[in-house]
Design a protein around this ligand. Structure first.
Ligand code: UDP
Length: 235
């Protein structure tokens, strides 16, 4: 087994950590994801992770009842819970990791420092980025694009609940079909909801390829790293 990548940015959505209940954390699911991350690390791949928070809270869903900025601050805090859960599971598997947060919380995690993150990766440690970009009105998908550009990742592995990019929403439209390859500009022009337009444009401008795949089977992380063509490739 060998990897076709040297350094990857894995985006794990909050919902992927929730398991069947779609809320909170399913520790068995978290462990299985981390077991597969360990396989990648053992192959010599440098793994950085951006984790979402949608299993606890989404700023956009808070609606008119709450100021958006405050709701987004809560969303960013939610990502830290997930980051700590991933770190805990990695530690139990003897995988060294560091959590870095975009909003300082020094008693819990390191602050985000790009060079330090790269140094950790070079030493074989998994780096988990929490708190998104640190700014409201952004998403953790945009964070994945930003951090991937900053750390010079070869690819973004976009692990989703749905196993690729479809011509429509497969949960609503039974005629929607899966797309194997698509360009960033097509995603934007066709308004395909795989990731928000800010994230897509950032990847397009910085030429970061994105592999979209389903995390229903966590072994998919290893399959993608080995070059297996599952899901959708965005270039
Ligand atoms: N968020 C934010 N700025 C960021 C990243 C995230 O304000 O840079 C907030 C936002 O409220 C978002 C929430 O954190 O809804 C959780 O992130 P996201 O929805 O991207 O998580 P996912 O859908 O991947 O679980």
């Amino acid at each position: 087994m060998s990897s076709i990548y040297k350094r990857v940015l894995l985006k794990v959505s909050g919902e992927a950590l929730a398991g069947p209940s779609h809320f909170g954390l399913d520790t068995a699911v978290v462990k299985e994801i981390c077991e597969n991350i360990k396989i990648c690390v053992d192959m010599g791949v440098e793994v950085a992770i951006v984790v979402g928070g949608g299993n606890f809270w989404r700023g956009t869903r808070a609606g008119k009842d709450m100021e958006r900025t405050r709701a987004d601050h809560m969303g960013m805090l939610a990502t830290v819970m997930n980051a700590l859960a991933l770190q805990d599971a990695l530690q139990s598997l003897n995988v060294e990791s560091r959590v870095q947060t975009a909003i300082e919380m020094r008693q819990i995690a390191e602050p985000y420092i790009r060079n330090r993150a790269v140094r950790h990766l070079e030493k074989g440690r998994v780096v988990i980025f929490g708190c998104g970009t640190g700014n409201p009105f952004f998403s953790t998908d945009t964070t994945a694009a930003l951090r991937a550009a900053e750390i010079n990742a070869d690819v973004i592995l976009l692990a989703k609940r749905i196993d690729g990019v479809y011509t429509g929403d497969p949960e609503v439209d039974p005629t929607a079909t899966k797309i194997d390859n698509i360009t960033y500009i097509d995603i934007l022009n066709r308004g395909l909801g795989v990731m928000d337009s800010t994230a897509t444009s950032l990847c397009m401008d910085n030429k970061i390829p994105i592999m979209v795949f389903g995390l229903d089977d966590p072994k998919n992380i290893v399959r993608v790293i080995e070059g297996e063509k599952i899901g959708t490739i965005i270039t």
